[in-house]
Each structure stands twice: as C-alpha cells, then as structure tokens.
Design a protein around this ligand. Structure first.
Ligand SMILES: O=P(O)(O)OC[C@H]1O[C@H](OP(=O)(O)OP(=O)(O)O)[C@H](O)[C@@H]1O
Ligand code: HPA
Ligand SMILES: [Mg+2]
Length: 184
C-alpha cells in the first residue's frame, strides 16, 4: 500500500518503510548482543505492536519466545484516558524470565508505566522495553526505555500498527493524518 491508496487521508510520512526496516535490523542486532546466552521472552502489546513484533522477531538471531498482552487506554480517541484495562493477559508465567516488552509507541507513557509495574510484580529476572516510536511526553514519566526506533514529535501518528479508530494499522510506514480526517 502506498500513500496514494489512502487518498487524501494522510498528511505526511514521518518514517518510511525502508527506515523502519533499517532501524529494526539495528535494534535486533543490539538485542541479540545484549541477550547472548540468556533466555528471552518477547511480550507484544496488542494490537499496536503486531507489526513491530513480527518484523523484529524475524530479524533476531537469538532464540526467543513470544507472548501477548492486550491492554487498552485509548479507545477510539486520540488521547490516553490513563485508565489501563487488561483485555488479555499473558499465557506464560514470567517468573525468572527475561522479558522484553515490544511496543509500537510510547506517548504519555501511562500504558507502559502501568504495564512494567504489573509485570515486575510477577518476579521476572528482568523487564526491558523496545518501542518503535517514542514521543516527547514519555520523558515526563519514570520509564527506562532500552530500545527506541525513532523519537518523533508530539503529533498523532498512524501506520505500522498504529491506528486512528482502528484504521490505518496496515500502512507499512508511519504518517500523520490530514486534519479533516478527525472531523469526518
Ligand atoms: O504511552 P501511552 O500514552 O499510554 O500510549 C501508548 C499506547 O497506546 C496505544 O495502544 P491503545 O491503547 O490505543 O491500543 P491498541 O494498541 O489496540 O491501538 C499504543 O499501542 C500503546 O500501547
Ligand atoms: O500517535 C498515536 N497514534 C496512534 N495510537 C496512539 N496511541 C498513543 N499515541 C498514539
Ligand atoms: Mg490504539
């Protein structure tokens, strides 16, 4: 899919498919090196993280397992409610495991602050975070993010897993939406 297929819905492409691919390879190489000789459980945060998880996992040489959580704090809007709900919990007992949370975006940081606390209470060996996008507000919360794809400005973005009202997740790049989309 390219920008044309989305008609006038898109404003500008902030991160191209090629930039995502290159950065994913770099992150995977770092993760391979950091977890050498260690067990690794990737925990993807549904639904946004599906693309990052699928691409990152395939770039890793290190053997890993994958599990998923679904938590939601956004609903259909563009601002976080701050109230995090577990929609689906892990299937795996993470006690003693090295957990790497895989995310599409850290925006207010509220989702991950809550999630890290929740996972740490289960006594894993370690919990780290890998996100494709980090926004500036994430620096206002006490969150140690080890792997970051791109630091982007404080604009609402879609694509590569990121949605607006459940749409645009399947764009292979990351873009902003034209202002009229929010009014339609
Ligand atoms: O840092 P924050 O401000 O908390 O925002 C980031 C979270 O919000 C989005 O998920 P959302 O709740 O929209 O669910 P989704 O992944 O199904 O779209 C995104 O995938 C992150 O999980
Ligand atoms: O910019 C965003 N786009 C889509 N979903 C999001 N969830 C938090 N921030 C965003
Ligand atoms: Mg969302």
């Amino acid at each position: 899919m390219d920008a044309k297929d989305m008609g006038s819905a898109l404003d500008k492409i902030l991160v191209t498919e090629e930039q995502i691919r290159t950065r994913t390879r770099e992150l995977a190489a770092e993760i391979d090196a950091d977890y050498a000789g260690k067990d690794l459980l990737l925990v993807g945060v549904l639904k946004g993280a599906v693309m990052v998880m699928a691409d990152l996992a395939r770039e890793l040489h290190h053997p890993c397992e994958m599990d998923w959580m679904a938590v939601s704090s956004y609903g259909a809007g563009t601002t976080s409610s701050g109230v995090v709900r577990i929609l689906k919990d892990l299937d795996t007992d993470i006690q003693g495991r090295n957990v790497l949370i895989v995310e599409d975006v850290i925006d207010s940081g509220l989702t991950l602050s809550w999630l890290v606390g929740n996972l740490k209470s289960r006594h894993p060996a370690s919990v780290e975070i890998c996100t494709m996008v980090r926004k500036p507000m994430a620096f206002n919360v006490d969150l140690d993010v080890k792997y970051v794809g791109f630091d982007l400005p404080n604009e609402f973005i879609v694509g590569y897993g990121l949605d607006y009202a459940e749409k645009y997740r399947n764009l292979p790049f990351i873009a902003t939406l034209a202002p009229h989309v929010y009014d339609d």
